[in-house]
Design a protein around this ligand. Sequence first.
Ligand SMILES: Cc1ncc(COP(=O)(O)O)c(C=O)c1O
Length: 368
Amino acid sequence: MKRPQANPWIAQIPPYAPGLSKEQIARQHGIAAPIKMASNENPLGPSRLALKAIDTFKDHVHLYPDAAARELRQAAAGYFHCEPENIIAGNGSDEIIDMVCRAYLAPGDKVVIPECTFSYYRIAALACGATVIRTPMDGTRIDASAIESAMTGEEHTKLIFLANPNNPTGTYLNREAIDRLIARIPASSILIIDEAYAAFARAADFASTSNLIATCPNIIVINTLSKSHGLAGLRVGFGLADRTIIDILGRVKPPFNLNLLAIKAGTAALSDTAFVQETLDLTWNGLDYLERECSRLGLACVPSQTNFILVHVGPAARRVYEELLQRGIITRYLDEPGLAEFLRISIGLPHENEALIANLENILPILR
Ligand SMILES: Cc1ncc(COP(=O)(O)O)c(C=O)c1O
């Protein structure tokens, strides 16, 4: 029987694998209150100012939102120290990644993506029929020289994706490495620097690149309110770039891509500095606690500049993940080259971090 055929390159796209939800685990394992440490969400919940804005504007949802999300972009301009004309808002930063690919990629174009990074870059590029060139990692760190060789090599590369800090490893490239990459971007290529986790970075030599968009015509900096501002379920992300790029992205943007409550709540959240500070304190204390306790249990952690930590559990990592699941603790096992012995664990509330460690302490001796 004849069936409609999708574009032939669509079949190559690996399905995106989200973290398991609390509801799934509660149902499957009969656990009343599972602990989710799998999707790098904010354990404090949403920004309180965002909640207030949702309450104030919930009666307005019969109206279309502002297609240009002007007030949100104005607030974001203050937050990222640039002009509203340098910002496009997305339904999560996933949508910014998608818009960049749709605007710039044609079938056969080359896209550089490190081997071990956020999986949606590859999905979005493959959806446009692009050819993905994966650059090798330097252990759990992104190898900047491998990116440089790929983007300056003989084959023209249209887009280069770099998560800084990186998901799922939590590692980062320092200012010097980023500056060197930016200086070498070919004139007809774009380097996308995804700073979804930049708010959490504590390393003295980490530097955000959002201040470089005024002077670099071929970078796009991505950010999101999903993590530091606790709005993952509402979907608010940003692309920051030179006005010419923002104009191009605006042409492929769905008309009302951000819903009215996302615009109002996102605008309010951007002024909630107390909430962000509370989030950072909680995250950094949690990271320090987990590093210390993992080390006591003989597990090495990859130093993290994010709100999650990659823990080297060893060959039994998948079984440890499954044992944790049965006990109601959802972590992330990433079945990818180089990561088979690791679990990625999002920082939780103090009692959640403690429950994780107590359960690891019980599970590890059984599996060793
Ligand atoms: C590096 C990175 N970029 C972008 C995203 C997408 O975030 P959102 O679409 O929620 O803004 C994520 C989500 O986990 C991420 O890890």
